[in-house]
Design a protein around this ligand. Sequence first.
Ligand code: AKG
Ligand code: FE2
Length: 249
Amino acid sequence: MRGLLPEDVTFPRTAAAPWAPATGTAQGAALLLTSVTVMLGEPFNYASLYDGRLVQNMVPVRGMEFTQTSQSSVGMLDWHCEDSFRDDRCDYAGLLCLRGDGSAASRYAQAKDVRLAPETVAVLREPRFHVRPDPAHVLPGQTPLRRLPILSGSKSAPEIAYDMHHLAPIDDADAEAAGALRDLAECLNKVAISHVMERGDLLIFDNKRVVHARTPFDARFDGTDRWLMRTMICGSALTFRRWGQRIPV
Ligand SMILES: O=C(O)CCC(=O)C(=O)O
Ligand SMILES: [Fe+2]
């Protein structure tokens, strides 16, 4: 969707951290984001992520330029789904742009567009992989690595769980699984679509069927940097209640 933010509204300086509370017109933007995304289900966050804030700022943070988190900037944020390390990851994520940056392209690839040899797909559909926790989470103690297949579900609308940096074959010696991951990474680049987010753009993606990434951009840390707000959505109120509190601390 485009043009969600009225042109005569001015926003404060770009938030300095993902967990910074939204005030004034920025709070209006956060309410707009939740008002639209609530139509898809229950907006939520994890207790362990960015202080558990329902609406988080996707902003560059000094010292985090090259991390694989939303706080990165000069470094590429590589292909991932939100929270692939969790069974209770969101069904959808919504990103509202308050301040764009012409060099930062959001990239998306749909699992249904992936074209791979049938043998490779068969390997990716087996639970031969594990994924480490996302470094943006502050977790209580050691989280066990989740075992998972990369692809699952129907052929016509396959699901994907993917994180380029935190995913590996369970068995280090499993060359077939490692090869399948390499083929998949190559294919994602081929089927990717790009979109440079502009002020007022709201992008909602299916986190179970789409992987996403963001290209590098320069951060100035002077209050004028790129600023997106994000919320994650659980697609059904019933499922939301079944999961209960996500990562109790
Ligand atoms: O900044 C973006 O376009 C996406 C950020 C993102 O993918 C994330 O925070 O996980
Ligand atoms: Fe992301």
